[in-house]
Design a protein around this ligand. Structure first.
Ligand SMILES: CC(=O)[C@@H](O)[C@H](O)COP(=O)(O)O
Ligand SMILES: NCC(=O)COP(=O)(O)O
Length: 248
C-alpha cells in the first residue's frame, strides 16, 4: 500500500502565529503516528516561517516513523541540518528564497551535474534521497542519471486539473511513473493532494510508494479532527490498493 507521510508545516504555522508552544509540534507528530501515519514530513524554509531548524532536532529525537525532510539543498544551512539529523529520507526541492510554497520540480538536465555531486553527500550518510520533479518524461529520464533513489512527482498540476477532467489530469503522471519504474527509480508524490483527488491518483499511478500531504489534511482536521482525518486519508490509500489488486 502507498504510505502516508503527514506534512506538519501548517501545525508550526499555527504555533508561530502566537509565539508560544500551542499547538505542540512534537506532540502533534506523535499523535499523527498514533493515528496511523507512516511518516512525518517537514519542509524547513530559510526564514523559518513555519518549521524552525530546532524543530527538526526535536522531532528527530521523538518520532519513530519515517522522517522525511524536504528543502532546498542550495542552502548550506539545510544541508548541515539534514546531515546532523540523518532522517530516513531527504527530498530535495529547488525552491527560490521566500517562495510562498514549492511550485516546480528540478530541471534535471540543466542541474544534472549539481545533483550528481550533492546526492552522494546524503547517501553516504545513510539517508535515502528523493528529488522533486515535474511529470515530464525528459525530467524523469534525466533524474534517473543523477543517482537519486526516488523522485517525488509534483502533483499541483494534477490537483488543479482533477475537477475538470481527471483522465487528462492523471495521464502525464502515469507516463512519468512508468519511466520511473523502467529506470529503477522509486516513486513518491505530493503537493495539493486531498481527500477528493488522492484515491484516483493512487489507483492509477503505478508503484506509488509514498505520498506526503499537509495543507489539505490539516484543513480537513479542523472539521473532522486529526485522528479521524488521518484515518480517512489512510482509507483512501487502502481502497486504492484494493482496487488496483482487483483490477490487475
Ligand atoms: C515540496 C512540497 O510540495 C511541499 O513541501 C510544499 O512545498 C509544502 O511547503 P509549504 O508548507 O511551505 O507550502
Ligand atoms: N511534498 C508535499 C508535501 O509535503 C505536502 O504538500 P501539501 O499537501 O502541503 O501541498
Amino acid at each position: 500500500m502507498t504510505r502516508l507521510s503527514v506534512n506538519i508545516n501548517k501545525i508550526a504555522t499555527l504555533r508561530n502565529s502566537r509565539g508560544g508552544n500551542n499547538p505542540n509540534l512534537v506532540e502533534t507528530a506523535l499523535d499523527c503516528e498514533r493515528f496511523g501515519a507512516q511518516g512525518i514530513t517537514v519542509h524547513p524554509r530559510p526564514d523559518e516561517r513555519h518549521i524552525r531548524y530546532q524543530d527538526v532536532f526535536d522531532l528527530k529525537s521523538a518520532i519513530q516513523s519515517e522522517f522525511n525532510i524536504e528543502g532546498n539543498c542550495q542552502e548550506q544551512k539545510f544541508v548541515d541540518l539534514v546531515l546532523a539529523n540523518k532522517p530516513a529520507q531527504v527530498t530535495l526541492v529547488p525552491d527560490a528564497l521566500n517562495q510562498i510554497t514549492s511550485n516546480h520540480g528540478w530541471d534535471t538536465i540543466k542541474h544534472q551535474q549539481y545533483l550528481r555531486d550533492i546526492i552522494p553527500l546524503f547517501k553516504e550518510a545513510g539517508i535515502r534521497v528523493s528529488i522533486f520533479v515535474d511529470p515530464d518524461p525528459k525530467m524523469v529520464e534525466a533524474a534517473a542519471k543523477t543517482g537519486t533513489d526516488r523522485i517525488e512527482l509534483y502533483t499541483e498540476g494534477y490537483a488543479h486539473a482533477y475537477h475538470k477532467n481527471r483522465e487528462t489530469a492523471i495521464a502525464p503522471y502515469v507516463q512519468a511513473a512508468r519511466i520511473a519504474a523502467e529506470t529503477g527509480l522509486g516513486l513518491n508524490a505530493g503537493h495539493d493532494l486531498d481527500l477528493h483527488n488522492l484515491k484516483y491518483f493512487a489507483v492509477n499511478v503505478p508503484n506509488l510508494l509514498e505520498v506526503s500531504i499537509g495543507h489539505a489534511l490539516i484543513c480537513d482536521a479542523l472539521y473532522y479532527g486529526l485522528e479521524h482525518t488521518i484515518k480517512l486519508y489512510l482509507r483512501q490509500l487502502e481502497d486504492a490498493g484494493l482496487e488496483r489488486d482487483f483490477s490487475s
